[in-house]
Structure formats: C-alpha cells, structure tokens
Ligand binder design. Structure first.
Ligand SMILES: C[S@@+](CC[C@H](N)C(=O)[O-])C[C@H]1O[C@@H](n2cnc3c(N)ncnc32)[C@H](O)[C@@H]1O
Length: 285
C-alpha cells in the first residue's frame, strides 16, 4: 500500500504536476536535455565572432540553458525572462547568487532593456508565440538590439508527416478520444522558413541562417522520452485541465502507438525524429 502511494506520488510529480500556466518547472528541468542539446548546437552555429556584452534570453524556462550561455559567451550581463511562474521560480533558485544574471517573470513582448543588448537568444520558444503576436515580438527584439546585434533562436517546426504526429492524429480522431478534443485549440504555432524570412526582412534584419533541419534524437529510455513529450504536448496539457486520469491514459496510448509504429522497445534507447528551425539574423547597422 505504502509502496503504491510512493510510486503514484512520484509519477504525479514527474509528469502530472503542471502549473496553472501549463508548465511545470520541476518536470521541465528533469526532461529537457533535448532542448539543452539544441541550445548547444545553436551556440556552435553562432560562433565566437559575436560581441556579446549583454544578452537577452527570452522564454528562459527553468534556466537550463543560461549556464551554457554564461560560460560560452561570457557576457557582462544576462537578462532572462519567462512568462511562466513555475518555470521562472526554478530559474531564480538556480541563479540566485549571480549578480550578472537578472531573472524576471515577464511576457517577452513587454521586455525593455535599460540599455541596448548585443544578442537576443531563445530556445524552443518561438513556436509558443501565436501568429497574432509574432510581429509585436520581432519589434521588441528589434527595439532592444543594438545596431549589428543578433537574434538567434532554435525552435520546433511542424511535425506533419513524422511518425509521432501520425500517431497523435490517429489517436485524437479515434472513437476513444475524438469527443474529448471538440474544443481543443492548438497552443503551438509552427512557422515556415519563408514566412519568418519575410517577417524578419520586413523589420530590416539580415538573415545569416534560417533553416529547417530534421534532427534525430536518442532518449536513454522510455520514461525519458515520455517525460520529454509530457512537458510540451498541448493535447496532454489540454486534457490535464479536464481530467488528469484521462490525460495520463491518452499519453500512455500515444506513446505505446509511437513505439509500435517505429518498432522500438521500451527497455532500449529510443529514437525520435523532429524538425527544428534555426535562425540567426542581424539587425542593420
Ligand atoms: C519549451 S520551453 C523552453 C524553455 C527554455 N528556453 C529551454 O530551452 O529550456 C518554452 C518556454 O517559453 C515560455 N514562453 C512562452 N511564451 C512566452 C512569452 N510570450 N514570453 C516569455 N516566455 C514565453 C514558456 O513559459 C516556456 O517556459
């Protein structure tokens, strides 16, 4: 009995305990190695030619990537913000003793630096910015950057056609679940390369890199992949608001379908394919 209670509590805090804004700082910091690897690749692409006195990290989440930005770019100051209370609390815990890192709970579109910044950087955030807000966000990036400053980001592209998306579409449309999604609205916005190029060049940015690349990722085991999916999957977050048992069942069914379709076994490392967009743009001098 006691064992069962401890087990269920652990499951709850690993996957289920989402904050009111849909993000759980504790589960995110545990299951976001994939995003940290993408941040590292982005830094490689950025190179060290960039003068990075002041950096603005928007959508910093739990701060997983702040440490590598701090170490690899050696900025004089990092301004980091995130709209989620749960995420920002975790980030503050980690960087409490750093005078040169300012962490605030803030919508990126409300950011105003005290003096202009050299680099705006963001990892897996742009696909959470709705289409009606993206122009405003790019204007804020532009307004805060110094002339010649850079805007670098990596974020998700649509998963259309990938095995995971096929499983998700099938499951959502199945008799078992379709009635639960009648009011579902997708929280993510997937931008196309051409669309972003247009938006950025209209704002006067020069594009240095803007590519959509398939990425093959490997997760150590099944719980690692499931935990990763649980922290961003909009459908799971949506069901969680309605019924936590139903959301867990849905996630289980989805992950089983994915494993079956890709012919993988839970006791081995798991392969996962996604498409990421990488962006490096420079503000005109
Ligand atoms: C997938 S997480 C990425 C976190 C972090 N960048 C990382 O790579 O670990 C997406 C983050 O974007 C944040 N976010 C979404 N919209 C935002 C906005 N308008 N302003 C600031 N943060 C936002 C969410 O709260 C969430 O923490």
């Amino acid at each position: 009995m006691l064992f069962r209670f401890i087990f269920l509590t652990l499951i709850y805090y690993s996957y289920v305990a989402l904050a009111v804004d849909g993000w759980s700082g504790s589960s995110y910091s545990q299951f976001s190695t994939s995003q940290a690897n993408d941040a590292s690749i982005l830094l490689d692409q950025l190179g060290n030619h960039q003068r990075t006195e002041k950096i603005w990290v928007f959508g910093c989440g739990t701060g997983n990537n702040l440490a590598q930005f701090y170490l690899r770019l050696s900025p004089s100051h990092i301004y980091a913000n995130d709209i989620s209370k749960s995420m920002i609390e975790k980030a503050k815990e980690r960087f409490d003793d750093h005078q040169d890192i300012t962490i605030e709970q803030l919508d990126a579109i409300d950011f105003e630096a005290s003096s202009q910044i050299d680099l705006a950087i963001s990892v897996h955030v742009l696909h959470w910015i709705p289409r009606e807000k993206i122009q405003q966000l790019l204007s804020v990036v532009d307004a805060n950057l110094t002339a010649g400053g850079k805007f670098a980001g990596v974020f998700s592209a649509s998963k259309e056609g990938l095995p995971f998306q096929n499983c998700l579409d099938d499951l959502k449309g199945s008799n078992k679940y379709k009635n639960h999604f009648l009011k579902f609205v997708q929280a993510q916005t997937f931008y196309q390369v051409d669309e972003l190029r247009g938006l950025l060049t209209n704002k006067g940015f020069t594009i240095e890199i803007l590519t959509s690349t398939p990425r093959d990722k490997i997760f150590a085991d099944f719980p690692a992949l499931k935990g990763f999916v649980a922290q961003w999957l909009s459908e799971y977050k949506y069901l969680k608001e309605i019924d936590s048992v139903l959301s867990e069942r849905f996630l289980d069914d989805l992950m089983q379908a994915y494993m079956k379709l890709t012919n993988q076994h839970a006791d081995k490392e798991i392969h996962w394919r996604e498409k990421t967009l990488t962006l490096i743009a420079r503000k005109s001098k």
